[in-house]
Structures are given as structure tokens and as C-alpha cells.
Design a protein around this ligand. Structure first.
Ligand code: ADP
Length: 293
């Protein structure tokens, strides 16, 4: 890599061939059917080095998270929202445990979105989402999200087509306003192959310690795989905006997905250029007062 790519060169010391946000961003015209879910875009060093790098990121991630939290406590308005979407077994929970788990849980606002409760169902679909947004200073994590309202809802026709059709634009406007108000959104589609999903589901049946994760309904969802892929393709086509772009993360290798998401989260935090809030008191005077006690 030449000197003209000095900054990239700096990043390449961490092992990536291409900066991860660039390697993982879903390009315009992204073709989901052609996407290799076993690949490791931008990364050619295998598992061991990837795991070391994730561990290495822990320090910087927690430092930046603490700065963000401090800023929020000092009147700042910024926050980060990580949106995780993926089919069953794609590894959303593992990302939360292994990547988000690297930072202080007190600064994380985690929310998973399941079938709407009766109360949620009485409201607009974005109602429960708005109530779950990270407050200033927090890293919000959505395990599933408002995208379910154009995924499962579309596939299972839970509302008429003319209803869900309107939602793509509505979601774009919603996210754009969110970004304007100071939330950096990191959208991640964790893309697992149908073969790998089958393996992971079968493993759940082979292991008593995994039964609790098995849901017979997952097989019904799996049987609708092509309809889900079509719905995911529509999401990637219609909600891949400048304000809140999608990242396509191959999820057949868990170690890669974890490395990828740790990099994307780190990138979002780095771009905030976070400092430490200045003292809103007279440091010298306070030191004197304490000395006198
Ligand atoms: P998981 O199966 O991921 O462990 P849950 O059991 O809490 O998590 O719920 C996930 C299920 O909820 C998924 O099948 C998902 O499709 C469904 N779901 C999420 N949002 C909605 C929605 N808006 N409408 C209908 N179903 C939804």
C-alpha cells in the first residue's frame, strides 16, 4: 500500500486489507442472493488474529463509551444506536455478548423486539421504538428493530401491502430525524446462509444446554426463507440511506461477524471525536477547599 494511502496504511497495521466500514457497507444495487455468507470481506488473516483484534479493541471501545457517557451527563445530546437484524441463529445475541459486552453495561441501553405486546400493538409500530431509543450518552442496541415491521410483517402479511409499503419511506424519515438530533445509527444485517442456519438449529436439538434457544416456530420461519430474502432485499434496496446506511455482515463465521461489528461500533464512536467535558467548577478552588478539610 503506497504512501498516498497513509491513513489506510495506518489501519492496515490492524490487519484489514480495506477499512472495515468500506468493506462492509452494502453498496447501491447490493445483490443479497449473490452475497457469500461465508466470506470475510476486507479481512484475510483468519480467526486467531481476528479474535486478538477484538480483544485489543476492548480498551478503546470502553474509553470512547465512557467519553460519550460523560458528554451525555454534561448536557450533550449525542448517542449511538446499533441496529442488529438477521434471521434466527444469525448470531445477534453473540454480538451483544461478545462485542457490546466489551463496554460498561451501565452505558448500554439494550432492547430486543419480539412479537408486539397487546399494548404495543395498539400503537403505531414506531411507538415502541421511540420509547426504546438511547438517551444522550448511551449506546443503544436493538436486537431486531422496526425493520421487523417490513420483514415478518410483510412475509406473513400481518398488515395489508398498502400499509407496509408506506413504511420504508417512513422509516427513512424517522432515522434521518434521529440522526439530525444527534444519534449515530449503525445498521447491521447479519447474513447467515441457510445451510449454516440448519446446522445451528440442529445443534440446538443435540444439546440440552441449547434447548432453551430452540423455538419450533423457527422452522416455520425457515420454510419461508425465499420470502424473507425478498423482504431483506427490499430493506437493503429501500432503506440504505446516506444518513443511516446498511452494513452487510457475513455471519457464517461467528468470529468474523464479531470482529466486523466491533469495528463498525468503534468507527461510529471514533467519528464522534469525543473529548472529556471540562470542569464546571473551579478546579484550584476545589483543591484548596479539600486540602483545608
Ligand atoms: P428470538 O426468537 O430472537 O429469541 P423473541 O422470541 O423475543 O426473540 O421474538 C422474536 C420474534 O418476534 C421473531 O420471530 C420476530 O419475527 C417476531 N417479531 C418481532 N417484531 C415483530 C413485529 N413487529 N410483528 C410481528 N412479529 C414480530
Amino acid at each position: 500500500m503506497g504512501h498516498s494511502k497513509k491513513h489506510r496504511g495506518m489501519k492496515s497495521s490492524t490487519g484489514w486489507d480495506v477499512p472495515p466500514p468500506e468493506a462492509l457497507r452494502a453498496p447501491a444495487g447490493f445483490d443479497l442472493a449473490a452475497f457469500d455468507r461465508h466470506s470475510t470481506p476486507g479481512w484475510s488473516h483468519g480467526r486467531g488474529k481476528a479474535e486478538k483484534l477484538v480483544a485489543h479493541h476492548a480498551g478503546e471501545l470502553s474509553d470512547l463509551q465512557e467519553r460519550l457517557f460523560a458528554e451525555g451527563r454534561s448536557g450533550g445530546s449525542r448517542s449511538v444506536l446499533l441496529v442488529l437484524q438477521g434471521m434466527d441463529t444469525a448470531g445477534k445475541g453473540g454480538i451483544v455478548r461478545h462485542v457490546v459486552g466489551l463496554v460498561d453495561p451501565q452505558g448500554v441501553a439494550h432492547r430486543s423486539f419480539g412479537v408486539p405486546t397487546p399494548e404495543e400493538a395498539r400503537h403505531h409500530y414506531l411507538w415502541r421504538v421511540r420509547r426504546s431509543l438511547p438517551r444522550p450518552g448511551y449506546i443503544g442496541v436493538f436486537d431486531r428493530s422496526h425493520y421487523e415491521d417490513v420483514l415478518v410483517v410483510r412475509v406473513d402479511e400481518l398488515v395489508p401491502k398498502k400499509e407496509w409499503e408506506k413504511r420504508y419511506d417512513e422509516i427513512n424519515r424517522f432515522e434521518e430525524r434521529l440522526v439530525e438530533s444527534g444519534t449515530s445509527i449503525v445498521k447491521v444485517a447479519l447474513l447467515v446462509s441457510p445451510e449454516e442456519q440448519k446446522k445451528r438449529l440442529l445443534e440446538r436439538l443435540d444439546r440440552p444446554d441449547k434447548y432453551w434457544k430452540y423455538n419450533p416456530g423457527d422452522v416455520d420461519t425457515r420454510e419461508k426463507w425465499p420470502a424473507y430474502q425478498e423482504a431483506y432485499q427490499a430493506v437493503l434496496d429501500r432503506t440504505n440511506t446516506e444518513a443511516a446506511p446498511w452494513h452487510a455482515v457475513p455471519a457464517d463465521r461467528k468470529w468474523f461477524a464479531r470482529l466486523a461489528v466491533s469495528e463498525l461500533l468503534l468507527d461510529a464512536l471514533r467519528r464522534l471525536d469525543l473529548g472529556w467535558p471540562p470542569a464546571d467548577f473551579d478546579v484550584d478552588a476545589e483543591r484548596e477547599r479539600l486540602r483545608a478539610t
